[in-house]
Design a protein around this ligand. Structure first.
Ligand SMILES: [Zn+2]
Length: 140
Protein backbone atom coordinates (compact mmCIF):
# COMPACT_ATOMS: atom_id res chain seq x y z
CA UNK A 1 0.00 0.00 0.00
CA UNK A 2 3.02 2.28 0.38
CA UNK A 3 3.16 2.94 -3.31
CA UNK A 4 -0.40 4.21 -3.58
CA UNK A 5 0.01 7.80 -2.35
CA UNK A 6 2.93 8.41 -4.69
CA UNK A 7 1.04 7.01 -7.64
CA UNK A 8 -1.95 9.11 -6.69
CA UNK A 9 0.15 12.25 -6.57
CA UNK A 10 1.65 11.49 -9.95
CA UNK A 11 -1.74 11.11 -11.58
CA UNK A 12 -3.59 13.84 -9.71
CA UNK A 13 -3.35 16.18 -12.66
CA UNK A 14 -5.36 13.72 -14.75
CA UNK A 15 -8.27 13.86 -12.34
CA UNK A 16 -9.34 16.98 -14.15
CA UNK A 17 -9.92 15.94 -17.70
CA UNK A 18 -7.55 18.23 -19.53
CA UNK A 19 -7.45 18.20 -23.29
CA UNK A 20 -6.01 20.48 -25.91
CA UNK A 21 -7.82 22.75 -28.32
CA UNK A 22 -6.45 24.16 -31.54
CA UNK A 23 -6.70 27.95 -31.54
CA UNK A 24 -6.83 27.95 -35.32
CA UNK A 25 -9.61 25.45 -36.10
CA UNK A 26 -11.16 24.73 -32.71
CA UNK A 27 -10.57 20.97 -32.83
CA UNK A 28 -10.33 19.46 -29.32
CA UNK A 29 -8.01 16.56 -28.53
CA UNK A 30 -8.13 14.09 -25.66
CA UNK A 31 -5.76 12.57 -24.75
CA UNK A 32 -3.82 15.78 -25.49
CA UNK A 33 -1.78 15.90 -28.68
CA UNK A 34 1.19 18.06 -29.58
CA UNK A 35 0.10 18.76 -33.13
CA UNK A 36 -3.33 19.52 -34.60
CA UNK A 37 -4.25 16.79 -37.11
CA UNK A 38 -5.89 19.33 -39.41
CA UNK A 39 -3.59 22.32 -39.17
CA UNK A 40 -0.28 20.60 -38.49
CA UNK A 41 2.39 23.24 -37.90
CA UNK A 42 0.01 26.12 -38.55
CA UNK A 43 -2.13 25.11 -35.58
CA UNK A 44 -1.57 26.29 -32.04
CA UNK A 45 -2.74 24.02 -29.22
CA UNK A 46 -3.82 25.31 -25.83
CA UNK A 47 -4.90 23.38 -22.75
CA UNK A 48 -8.62 23.21 -22.17
CA UNK A 49 -10.66 21.82 -19.28
CA UNK A 50 -13.16 19.28 -20.58
CA UNK A 51 -16.59 18.81 -19.05
CA UNK A 52 -16.12 15.04 -18.79
CA UNK A 53 -19.63 14.64 -20.16
CA UNK A 54 -20.56 12.78 -23.25
CA UNK A 55 -22.61 9.95 -24.66
CA UNK A 56 -22.04 6.31 -25.51
CA UNK A 57 -21.13 6.04 -29.18
CA UNK A 58 -20.58 2.27 -29.19
CA UNK A 59 -19.77 -0.37 -26.61
CA UNK A 60 -18.62 -3.94 -26.03
CA UNK A 61 -19.44 -6.22 -23.11
CA UNK A 62 -16.27 -7.92 -21.87
CA UNK A 63 -17.06 -11.33 -20.42
CA UNK A 64 -13.57 -12.84 -20.63
CA UNK A 65 -11.35 -10.15 -19.15
CA UNK A 66 -7.56 -9.86 -19.37
CA UNK A 67 -5.43 -10.78 -16.36
CA UNK A 68 -5.97 -8.32 -13.52
CA UNK A 69 -9.54 -7.47 -14.49
CA UNK A 70 -11.19 -10.81 -13.56
CA UNK A 71 -13.03 -9.47 -10.55
CA UNK A 72 -14.93 -6.84 -12.46
CA UNK A 73 -16.24 -9.12 -15.25
CA UNK A 74 -18.53 -8.79 -16.99
CA UNK A 75 -17.95 -5.13 -17.66
CA UNK A 76 -18.57 -2.72 -20.47
CA UNK A 77 -15.94 -0.94 -22.53
CA UNK A 78 -17.42 2.01 -24.36
CA UNK A 79 -16.39 4.48 -26.99
CA UNK A 80 -17.63 7.74 -25.50
CA UNK A 81 -18.09 10.86 -27.61
CA UNK A 82 -17.28 13.80 -25.35
CA UNK A 83 -19.33 17.02 -25.55
CA UNK A 84 -16.26 18.77 -26.92
CA UNK A 85 -15.91 16.22 -29.73
CA UNK A 86 -13.09 13.78 -28.89
CA UNK A 87 -13.77 10.04 -28.67
CA UNK A 88 -12.51 8.25 -25.56
CA UNK A 89 -12.40 4.53 -24.88
CA UNK A 90 -13.16 3.76 -21.24
CA UNK A 91 -14.92 1.36 -18.92
CA UNK A 92 -18.50 2.10 -17.87
CA UNK A 93 -19.25 1.77 -14.15
CA UNK A 94 -22.41 1.71 -12.00
CA UNK A 95 -24.43 0.20 -14.81
CA UNK A 96 -25.39 -3.33 -15.81
CA UNK A 97 -24.32 -4.43 -19.31
CA UNK A 98 -28.00 -4.95 -20.26
CA UNK A 99 -28.78 -1.33 -19.39
CA UNK A 100 -26.19 0.24 -21.66
CA UNK A 101 -27.45 1.71 -24.89
CA UNK A 102 -26.09 3.85 -27.70
CA UNK A 103 -26.59 7.55 -26.99
CA UNK A 104 -26.75 7.09 -23.21
CA UNK A 105 -25.55 10.23 -21.40
CA UNK A 106 -22.49 9.62 -19.24
CA UNK A 107 -20.00 11.57 -17.19
CA UNK A 108 -16.42 10.79 -16.23
CA UNK A 109 -15.39 9.75 -12.74
CA UNK A 110 -11.95 8.99 -11.33
CA UNK A 111 -11.94 5.39 -10.15
CA UNK A 112 -9.80 2.42 -9.34
CA UNK A 113 -9.08 0.73 -12.67
CA UNK A 114 -7.03 -2.29 -11.72
CA UNK A 115 -5.54 -3.90 -8.66
CA UNK A 116 -2.31 -5.87 -8.79
CA UNK A 117 -2.58 -8.06 -5.71
CA UNK A 118 1.01 -9.33 -5.92
CA UNK A 119 2.64 -5.95 -6.28
CA UNK A 120 0.11 -4.21 -4.04
CA UNK A 121 -0.49 -1.61 -6.69
CA UNK A 122 -3.77 0.09 -7.42
CA UNK A 123 -4.20 1.97 -10.65
CA UNK A 124 -6.58 4.87 -11.07
CA UNK A 125 -8.05 6.41 -14.14
CA UNK A 126 -11.22 7.57 -15.80
CA UNK A 127 -14.38 5.54 -16.03
CA UNK A 128 -17.77 6.77 -17.18
CA UNK A 129 -21.03 6.42 -15.25
CA UNK A 130 -24.61 7.14 -16.37
CA UNK A 131 -25.68 10.73 -15.75
CA UNK A 132 -27.95 10.76 -12.69
CA UNK A 133 -31.63 10.78 -13.41
CA UNK A 134 -31.33 8.40 -16.33
CA UNK A 135 -30.78 5.32 -14.21
CA UNK A 136 -31.00 4.10 -10.66
CA UNK A 137 -27.36 4.60 -9.80
CA UNK A 138 -25.98 2.13 -7.33
CA UNK A 139 -22.74 2.37 -5.39
CA UNK A 140 -19.87 0.00 -6.01
ZN1 LIG B 1 -6.24 23.04 -35.96
Amino acid sequence: MMSVPRFWRNTKARYRMIGRRCRRCGQVYFPPRNLCRRCRRRGELEEVQLSGRGEVYSFTVIRTPPVGFERSAPYVMALVKLEEGPMVTAQLADVEPEEVRIGMKVRSVFRKIQEDGEAGLIYYGFKFVPVEGEHDVQGE
